[in-house]
Design a protein around this ligand. Structure first.
Ligand code: URA
Ligand code: SF4
Ligand code: URA
Length: 193
């Protein structure tokens, strides 16, 4: 089967999933979107209000900042694949519970299997700890080995940057603008091969 068809099947299964309680309060599921042949997959925590209403990842305030971060390094959003650890909005944007993350995990793992990226970028602590445990502040901006040939490159969550607006040297925003350039360089090297 073609990758596009496999991804459609995953999305369809997400659309009628009731495996955790987040299904009771969601408006729309947010499976993820973008280029399923992208060498980079970005993984957020879970849909917020705007995402829950639209069915698309990272379209609200955090998403607009995320777009600016991508554009600052010359990334084109539609060339990439963007998803979340949980596909339904946690009420009041609370952190998803472990049982919800566990119930949803096979969808993310299936998406990763279809895309087979070279680099996964967990945005923030929840996504980082889905893949490897550790502190986002200590691990952001570095590459870590994960399964097979896949590297993990953690970055701060855009919502965290909205709460920390300083652009002074060493601030989360300044570090993120550095990190995205490092990521773009790695992306360009993959593309040249
Ligand atoms: N925050 C996330 O983690 N994901 C989204 O899709 C939007 C906001
Ligand atoms: Fe299913 Fe994931 Fe939504 Fe829970 S968050 S209902 S596991 S799709
Ligand atoms: N804590 C988080 O959960 N995410 C960040 O990006 C930074 C701190």
């Amino acid at each position: 089967m073609k990758d596009e068809d496999l991804m459609k099947i995953i999305e369809e299964r997400i659309s009628y999933c009731t495996a955790c309680d987040l299904s009771k309060t969601r408006t729309k599921v947010v499976p993820g979107e973008g280029n399923i042949h992208s060498p980079i997959v970005f993984v957020g925590e879970g849909p917020g209000e705007d995402e829950d209403l639209s069915g698309r990842p990272f379209v609200g305030r955090a998403g607009q900042l995320f777009d600016k971060i991508l554009e600052s390094a010359g990334f084109v959003r539609k060339d990439l694949y963007i998803t979340n650890v949980v596909k339904c909005r946690p009420p009041d944007n609370r952190v998803p519970h472990q049982d919800e993350i566990l119930a949803c995990s096979h969808f993310l793992m299936a998406q990763i299997a279809v895309i087979n990226p070279k680099i996964i970028v967990p945005l923030g602590s929840t996504a980082l700890n889905f893949f490897i445990s550790g502190s986002i502040s200590e691990m952001r901006g570095k590459f870590f080995d994960w399964k097979g040939e896949i590297k993990i490159f953690p970055m701060f969550h855009p919502s965290y940057l909205l709460r920390n607006q300083s652009k002074a040297p060493g601030s989360p925003k300044a570090l993120t603008w550095d990190d995205i350039r490092v990521l773009k360089k790695a992306y360009d090297e993959i593309k040249e091969k």
